[in-house]
Design a protein around this ligand. Sequence first.
Ligand code: PHB
Length: 388
Amino acid sequence: MQRRTLLPTLAGLSLALTAPWSHAQSDTVKIGVVVPMTGQSASTGRQIDAAVKLWMAQSGGKAGGKKVEILLRDDTGVADVTRRLVQELIVNDKVVAVAGFGLTPLALAAAPLATQSKTPMVVMAAATSSITEASPYIVRTSFTLPQAAVGMGEWAPKNGIKKVVSLVTDYGPGNDAEKYFVNQFLLNGGQVLEKLRTPLRSPDFAPVLQKVRDAKPDALFVFLPSGQGAQFMKQFGERGLDKAGIRLIATGDVTDDDQLNDMGDVALGVVTTHHYSAAHPSAMNKKFVADFQAMHKFRPNFMGVGGYDGLRLIFKGLDATKGQGGEALLNAMKGQLFESPRGQILIDAQTRDIVQDVHTRKVERKDGQLWNVEFDVQKAVKDPGKLK
Ligand code: PHB
């Protein structure tokens, strides 16, 4: 079934690519941004769209001497829709790059189209380690779960946490988070009592939280994709796990800056490891957060910063190629090093994945608001998923 729909698609794509690329002569270059603007992951799309608008305003919307036009598309978080939209953007709109990709299955659905058409594909959100291996045209400006989770496997056993239960969403990034946290935790002498999973769609945390209560660990380690943190935190509190003395440790996806401020006291003291906090104290980040909030009236999160840096990466690439796309643009994005609101980032020329600092943070209340306050750092972390 899938095969039948894909074959004519790819044939059409190759045909379209034998025609001269109209954007090569034009004064305008188009960039397709495909994200979930509706559905369960809508906050990811809203963040990336907001960050793209901020970058467009700050940059004047010009790169490589050409006007840049953004074509934003809502894939509703459904892989078949992502595939169709990416195909239309490449074949009909002749975009120089496709970007966005709010969930791992959506990025994986688009990857063969990037390869087939030689279109650079900038993954701004999805974070399973293996995504960059799905196409040589992929570069990533988000993060990887091994990169985020391994630091917690280091921190927890050194801070009084000897027994844990882990809880992750049952798909790519959850597998990565569980594996890299657990391995590092065991290496440091910790004990894992149970490994629990919840489904990606409409998870119910009540049954797993009951299991956690019964297992009585020192801490619960959690990865959930952006957008699920607030609901989880509410149930964690309602079920009294905090009162039962079970600490919560997680990747920063759970204390997502998009929702953190509404989580209330139950979030206080939660320790996470991640690559971006809106409270990161650099001058560049302070300006980024202030400008973002002035324009959109909400706080940027790690998805927002992935979108902002991703668009900046494409712009810098287009500057180098004078607006040319394809292989030239891909090569111009490889090896780029620049300061981001999160700190210095590098696009590793070999893996096309991001190298960045990972911070250990604690949720604190400051000036009446909740923030992920950074207190320790691992510098320039390469994706451990690729250090095989
Ligand atoms: C993913 O599906 O790759 C993903 C989504 C949201 C996150 C992390 C990973 O917060």
